[in-house]
Design a protein around this ligand. Structure first.
Ligand code: CTP
Ligand code: MG
Length: 226
């Protein structure tokens, strides 16, 4: 059985919205509701645990209760803390879950087919799976003065999306290890890499884009107009 964790407790500083980014409305629904709806539409997710900003927990619960089996828990100070809190709640509420997906509320229009593809790769035996796209820009590493240090070969680089899928025990161990060393990461697979578990990739989808800036929101509004 598969559970999904949705970190949605960020402030959305780069978007510059009045409230939390996950509650920004697009086509009549908050972004977090689009994200949860997409997860449940995949047909393989039994329960969703959303990490909400503490001050917006009741509001998010009200916005999500119509979509199906969803619990809303208070988030933490950073994404890593929010995912860890959601993971502990998922283990408590759905003790027989074997697979866990972690999916950003900000990737509101992720196709259900991508959710299934990640889940199926974990069910087939991979312990950790991330959806990736080839990188189209050349990427450079710079020093603190902004001077280029080197240029990694683009052929070796991938842009990583969510949902990321894991054997639930692997993700639990990764977060326990991160806790004891006060590590934080921008994605969950990064913590799994640190405990030495191989992370596999499946093809991502441009529609799983992350809404970070006002430009991204305008793109999402135009592309996903219904
Ligand atoms: N997130 C979270 N808890 C936090 C910080 C972030 O659950 N303390 C979530 C966000 O809600 C988002 C996802 O992690 O769904 C990815 O983070 P990001 O896109 O950076 O969102 P924000 O942190 O809200 O945006 P910003 O960094 O611009 O403030
Ligand atoms: Mg952030």
């Amino acid at each position: 059985m598969t559970v999904a964790l949705v970190p949605a407790a960020g402030r959305g500083e780069r978007l510059g919205s009045a409230g939390p980014k996950a509650m920004v409305s697009l086509h009549g629904l908050p972004l977090v509701a689009h994200a949860v709806r997409g997860l449940l539409a995949a047909g393989c997710v039994r329960h969703v645990v959303v990490a909400a900003p503490v001050a917006h927990q009741a509001e998010m619960t009200a916005a999500l209760s119509a979509f199906g089996p969803v619990s809303v828990v208070p988030g933490g100070v950073d994404r890593t803390a929010s995912v860890h809190l959601a993971l502990l709640a998922a283990i408590e509420h759905v003790p027989d879950a074997g697979i866990v997906l972690v999916h950003d509320a900000a990737r509101a229009f992720t196709p259900p087919a991508l959710v299934r593809s990640v889940t199926e790769a974990v069910a087939a035996g991979a312990q950790a799976v991330v959806p990736v796209l080839p990188v189209t820009d050349t990427v450079k590493r710079v020093d603190t003065d902004g001077v280029v240090v080197d240029t990694p070969s683009r052929a070796d680089l991938r842009a990583v999306q969510t949902p990321q899928g894991f054997a639930i025990d692997v993700l639990r161990r990764a977060y326990e290890a991160a806790d004891s060393t006060v590590l934080s990461a921008t994605d969950d697979a990064g913590l799994v890499e640190r405990i030495g578990v191989p992370v596999h990739t499946v093809p991502g989808d441009v529609a799983a884009m992350k809404i970070t800036t006002p430009f991204d929101l305008a793109v999402a509004a135009a592309v996903f107009a219904r």
